[in-house]
Design a protein around this ligand. Structure first.
Ligand code: ATP
Ligand code: MG
Length: 569
C-alpha cells in the first residue's frame, strides 16, 4: 500500500465545490434520462459498515435530496462464501440510523441472477463470451502488462454451441470450482487491462443467503453491477476512484444490453481515508474474529455501529461527511476532524452533569452533619431552553484527585493546603488539613466552606483562581467509566510493508475506571443517552449498563490531548 500524505486537518477543510453536482446539473440541462436523478448505495454484505461507507451513503442520499431524486439500497451479494444475513440487517439498521430512507427500493443483486444468466447466454450467442477451461493462474499469466499485450486463450475461438453447452454444464454444477470460467471476448491487447477478456462468471459451490443452492456459478462484480444499475433505472452510479479504470468495461456491458431508453453514468470520487484508522472490512473482520476488540460495535471501531455505541450522533457523522466534501484526489483526513464534529454537536445538545472519575474525599468540617441542600445548576449554557436542575450538596464530597496538590508548582492554580477555590454552583472552600494513611497516601482533605458564597459568588468580590467540579458522596451514583483512546498508535497502520497492521495496535486503547461518582441526575439514564461531564468530556451510557450499575463510555474528551503532545493522559 502506498504511503499516504497530505493530511487534512480541521482548519484546512472547507466545503469544496462538488464536482458531482456539477456533472448532474449538466446532464439535467442536456435533458438526459428524462431529467431523472436516481442513485444507489451498493454495499456488499460481508461486514459492518464503516465511516467510509457513511460518506458514500451521505453522498448518494444527499444527491437524491438535492435534485428531487431517489436512492436505492442494493446489496451486492454476488459472493456467497463471505456474505451473511447478519450483515444485511446491520447495514439496514445503520443506514436508517444515519437518517436515510430507501422506502420500498430495497434490492439484491441476487434478484437479477436469472436475468444476468440470460444476458450471459446472449453474449455467448453473439460471439462475445466464451468458456475458458484454464485455471485462474494460467489465465493470469497470459494477461500481459499494461505495455505488453496479453496472449489469447486457446479456448477463445470455440464454437457458440460448445460454449453454450459448457456454460450450461458449469451452471448445472458439473465442474469443480476453478476449473472453468466464462469470459467476455473483448480485446487481449487493450491498453486497459480490465478489457482483456475479463471474467464474467466463476464456479462457487457455496450456499447463498438468499438463493440457497440454486446456483453453482456466480457473476463477477463488474458484470453484475452496471446491469443491475440499468435494470433499476439508476442514472448516476457513484463509486470510488479505483473503479475509474473499470468504467470502459461498465460501458461495454451496457452497450451489449442493446437497450437504449436511457443510460446510467458512472462517476468516481476519492474514498475517505482517516489517519490512525483501519477501514477495510476484511481487516476489521480480522480484529473481531481474533478478539482484538469486543465486536463490530466495539466503541473503538470505526464502524457506524461502533461510533453509535461510542456516543456519536447521526448529525455529527453527516456534518463530518459534509465537511470532508467530495473530491477526485485521494487524501487522508485527520481523525480529529471526526472528533471535532461530535464535540460541536454535543456542545449544543448534551445535558451537563458533574462527575468525578478519580475521587478524592473532601470533608467540609463546618457543614452540619446529616444535612444537605439542593443548589441550582445550568443544564446547558448553550441552550437556555434546557433549563436548570438541582444538585445536592452535603458535608462529604468527592473532587477529582488531580485537582489537588500538596506541594503545588507555580502554575498549578487549583486546590492546595491553605488555598481557596470555587466549587461549581456551590461555595468557596478552603483546604485546612491533608489526611493520609500509614503509607503516606492522601485519603481525604478537611476543608471549610464560606456560607456567604452560595451559588459560587463572593459578595465581597474576593477572587479565586479555580472552579472545580464535585459530587456529594451520599447522593452520587457509583458507575463504571470506560475511557477510549485510538485503536492504533500509528498514523497509517497499513502503510508498513511486511509488518502486520495489528503490530500498531494501541495497548492502552481501553481503560476501565470501576469507581466513578456522578451526580444523581443520571440515575435514570438510558443506553445511548449523552452527557457532558463538566470539565472532562462527553460521555454516553453504554449498552452494558444494568439496573445495578450504569456504564459510561467517554465519547470524546473536551480537550484534544493527543494532537498537542502525542502523549496519552
Ligand atoms: P472495504 O474496502 O472497506 O471493504 P468496500 O468498498 O469493499 O469496502 P462495499 O460494500 O463494496 O465495500 O462498498 C459499498 C459502497 O461504499 C461502495 O460504493 C464503495 O465505493 C463505498 N465505500 C467503501 N469504502 C469507502 C470509503 N472509504 N470512502 C467512501 N466510500 C466508500
Ligand atoms: Mg467490496
Amino acid at each position: 500500500m502506498a504511503e499516504k500524505s497530505n493530511i487534512t486537518n480541521n482548519s484546512e477543510v472547507q466545503k469544496k465545490a462538488n464536482f458531482i453536482d456539477l456533472q448532474i446539473e449538466e446532464d439535467l440541462k442536456a435533458g438526459k434520462n428524462n431529467n431523472r436523478v436516481h442513485t444507489r448505495f451498493p454495499p456488499e454484505p460481508n461486514g459492518y459498515l464503516h465511516i467510509g461507507h457513511a460518506k458514500s451513503i451521505c453522498l448518494n442520499f444527499g444527491i437524491a435530496e438535492k435534485f428531487g431524486g431517489k436512492t436505492n439500497l442494493r446489496f451486492d451479494d454476488t459472493n456467497p462464501s463471505k456474505e451473511e444475513t447478519e450483515y444485511v440487517e446491520s447495514i439496514k439498521d445503520d443506514i436508517r440510523w444515519l437518517g436515510f430512507d430507501w422506502e420500498d427500493r430495497l434490492y439484491f443483486t441476487s434478484d437479477y441472477f436469472d436475468k444476468l444468466f440470460e444476458f450471459a447466454i446472449q453474449l455467448i450467442k453473439d460471439g462475445k463470451a466464451y468458456v475458458d477451461d484454464q485455471d485462474a493462474e494460467t489465465i493470469a499469466s497470459q494477461k500481459g502488462t499494461p505495455t505488453r499485450p496479453g496472449t489469447e486463450s486457446p479456448f477463445r475461438n470455440r464454437s457458440v454451441e460448445e460454449n453454450l453447452d459448457l456454460f450450461r454444464r458449469m451452471a448445472a454444477g458439473e465442474f469443480d470450482e476453478g476449473s472453468h470460467v466464462l469470459r467476455a471476448k473483448i480485446d487481449m491487447s487493450s491498453p486497459n487491462m480490465h478489457m482483456r477478456d475479463p471474467f464474467i462468471y466463476r464456479i462457487i459451490k457455496a450456499h447463498h443467503h438468499r438463493t440457497g443452492d440454486k446456483w453453482k456459478i456466480y457473476p463477477m462484480y463488474d458484470f453484475a453491477h452496471g446491469q443491475s444499475d440499468y435494470w433499476e433505472g439508476i442514472t448516476h452510479s457513484i463509486c470510488t476512484l479505483e473503479f475509474e479504470v473499470h468504467r470502459p468495461l461498465y460501458n461495454w456491458f451496457i452497450d451489449q444490453l442493446q437497450e437504449t431508453d436511457y443510460r446510467p453514468r458512472q462517476i468516481e470520487f476519492a474514498r475517505l481515508n482517516l489517519n490512525y484508522t483501519v477501514m477495510s472490512k476484511r481487516k476489521l473482520l480480522e480484529l473481531v474474529k481474533d478478539g482484538h476488540v469486543k465486536g463490530w460495535d466495539d466503541p473503538r471501531m470505526p464502524t457506524i455501529s461502533g461510533l453509535r455505541r461510542r456516543g456519536y450522533t447521526p448529525e455529527s457523522i453527516r456534518n463530518f461527511a459534509d465537511k470532508v466534501g467530495v473530491t477526485k484526489v485521494d487524501g487522508v483526513i485527520d481523525v480529529s476532524l471526526l472528533e471535532f464534529s461530535i464535540k460541536e454537536h454535543l456542545n449544543k445538545t448534551a445535558q451537563r452533569v458533574m462527575g468525578v472519575l478519580n475521587p478524592l474525599k473532601v470533608v467540609i468540617t463546618n457543614y452540619p452533619e446529616g444535612e444537605s441542600e439542593e443548589l441550582d445548576a445550568v443544564n446547558n449554557p448553550e441552550d437556555e431552553s434546557m433549563g436548570k436542575r438541582k444538585v445536592p450538596f452535603s458535608r462529604e464530597l468527592f473532587i477529582e484527585r488531580d485537582d489537588f496538590m500538596e506541594n503545588p508548582p507555580r502554575k498549578f492554580f487549583r486546590l492546595g493546603p491553605g488555598r481557596e477555590v470555587r466549587l461549581r454552583y456551590a461555595y468557596y472552600i478552603t483546604c485546612n488539613d491533608v489526611i493520609k494513611d500509614e503509607n503516606g497516601e492522601i485519603t481525604e482533605l478537611h476543608c471549610t466552606y464560606d456560607p456567604a458564597t452560595k451559588g459560587g459568588n463572593s459578595p465581597d468580590g474576593r477572587k479565586v483562581k479555580a472552579t472545580l467540579h464535585w459530587v456529594s458522596v451520599n447522593h452520587a451514583v457509583q458507575t463504571e467509566v470506560r475511557l477510549y483512546d485510538r485503536l492504533f498508535n500509528d498514523e497509517n497502520p497499513l502503510g508498513h510493508k511486511g509488518v502486520d497492521f495489528k503490530e500498531f495496535m494501541n495497548p492502552e486503547s481501553l481503560k476501565v475506571l470501576p469507581n466513578c461518582f456522578i451526580e444523581p441526575f443520571v440515575k435514570d439514564a438510558k443506553p445511548l443517552d449523552h452527557f457532558q461531564f463538566e470539565r472532562l468530556g462527553y460521555f454516553n451510557v453504554d449498552l452494558d449498563s444494568t439496573k445495578e450499575k450504569i456504564v459510561f463510555n467517554r465519547t470524546v474528551a473536551l480537550r484534544d490531548s493527543w494532537a498537542k503532545s502525542q502523549k496519552r493522559n
